[in-house]
Design a protein around this ligand. Structure first.
Ligand code: ADP
Length: 371
């Protein structure tokens, strides 16, 4: 009988995990508070409930063989209880606790000799005396929310209240992502490094490009650190590691997420196995195939520009473009700045793929229509 995998969260990441596991002998169950979440119309196994609520998560976890996540902000105490009951939870509650808190995450890197920018932890903004400094809320941030640069004391009135991480401002040349998968047997597989380019206004990743432009030496460093980090965390599942490559040639870990990640969406078409299939394989204890680039690829996020019932504008541009693929997240409502889907294009060179992606980014958008 197929084993049951329970996922906390039924958003786009859950949907892509579901799509990728069609050929695996695994029955996937979801817990999500929204009855209209991304996976809703594609599964009979959606429990509507809050993954931040202790009792709801414990109850849901007891109905499946393995528990995993597609979002970090879940009830970790409930996962500890499930582990104490003998349930397999991947990634473990310990990994989630470390990663959920940016302060604990940075401290972990420091204590394990993993390269990261210098930082200190403060309990409130009154302790901020040096500028410029990057302030990060310890918990709850995502997509750049919860991160800001304080240029001088004059910026202190916009500082986040409560405990935060203060990081030196890094002189960034390039932001690179590496996805690593590890199973309980300790097998590790690393995906090829990708470059990430951000939209400066939305703070969201705009393009992800594969392969990365970094040289072989840098490439090896990024891969090695990702492997090292996954092993030191004793991670089971996927870890998406984000790096800063500094202007003076250093590799620093910015942050990591113990789940499938936006920086890995292009692995659906751009590499031989996708991060989504790899995640299911890793958490279920299956073997992990090695990963190769199939063809250079570039991913563009499809971001909402209005509020209401979503409507894709100029989708024909994508249909007319060879080797371009749309992944629509099936969200019931579009809002400005919300990730509604993504598009991936392949080509014989990365530059060519990039040029095609730029056309898509300019032309294909998501607006709203009257219902
Ligand atoms: P989030 O978890 O919300 O994605 P990040 O920690 O990745 O937040 O920060 C968002 C962006 O802010 C990064 O991609 C980077 O461009 C910039 N940033 C973060 N930390 C630093 C830093 N120490 N120095 C310079 N820029 C930074």
């Amino acid at each position: 009988m197929a084993k049951k995998l329970g996922i906390l969260g039924g958003g786009q990441l859950g949907l892509m995990i579901l799509q990728a596991s069609e050929n695996l002998d695994v029955e996937i169950h979801f817990l999500d508070p929204n009855p209209e979440c991304s996976v809703a119309q594609f599964t009979e196994h959606l429990t509507v409930g809050d993954f931040t609520d202790y009792d709801t998560v414990v109850k849901f976890g007891q109905t499946v063989d393995v528990v995993t996540i597609e979002i970090e902000h879940v009830n970790v105490e409930a996962l500890e209880t499930l582990e104490a009951m003998g349930k397999t939870v991947n990634p473990s509650s310990r990994v989630l606790r470390t990663i959920q808190d940016k302060g604990l995450q940075k401290t972990f890197y420091q204590q394990h000799d993993l390269p990261t920018s210098d930082f200190r932890l403060v309990s409130s903004p009154e302790a901020i005396t040096e500028f410029p400094i990057v302030q990060k809320a310890r918990t709850g941030g995502y997509d750049g929310k919860g991160v800001q640069v304080l240029k001088s004391a004059a910026d202190l009135d916009k500082a986040f209240p409560g405990p935060s991480v203060l990081e030196d401002l890094v002189d960034i040349e390039l932001e690179v992502g590496v996805i690593v998968a590890r199973n309980a047997q300790g097998e590790v597989v690393v995906f090829p490094p990708v470059d990430m380019e951000f939209d400066p206004e939305l703070n969201l990743v705009k393009y992800v490009l594969c392969p990365s432009v970094i040289d072989e030496n840098m490439n090896k460093k990024c891969v090695q650190i990702a492997q090292d980090l996954a092993t030191k965390l004793d991670l089971v599942g996927i870890l998406a590691v984000e790096y800063f490559i500094t202007k003076d040639g250093k590799v620093l870990i910015n942050e990591a997420a113990p789940r499938v990640h936006n920086s890995g969406h292009l692995t659906i078409e751009g590499t031989t196995t996708s991060q989504f299939e790899m995640h299911v394989r890793a958490v279920m204890g299956l073997d992990l195939p090695t990963v190769e680039v199939t063809e250079p690829s570039v991913m563009v996020n499809l971001i909402g520009t209005a509020q209401g019932f979503p409507q894709i504008i100029n989708e024909n541009v994508l249909h007319d473009m060879p080797q371009s693929y749309m992944h629509w997240y099936e969200k019931a409502e579009v809002r400005p700045g919300r990730k509604m889907g993504h598009m991936t294009v392949l080509a014989t060179t990365r530059d060519e793929a990039r040029a095609k992606a730029e056309v898509l980014a300019d032309e294909v958008t998501v607006g709203a229509r009257e219902e």
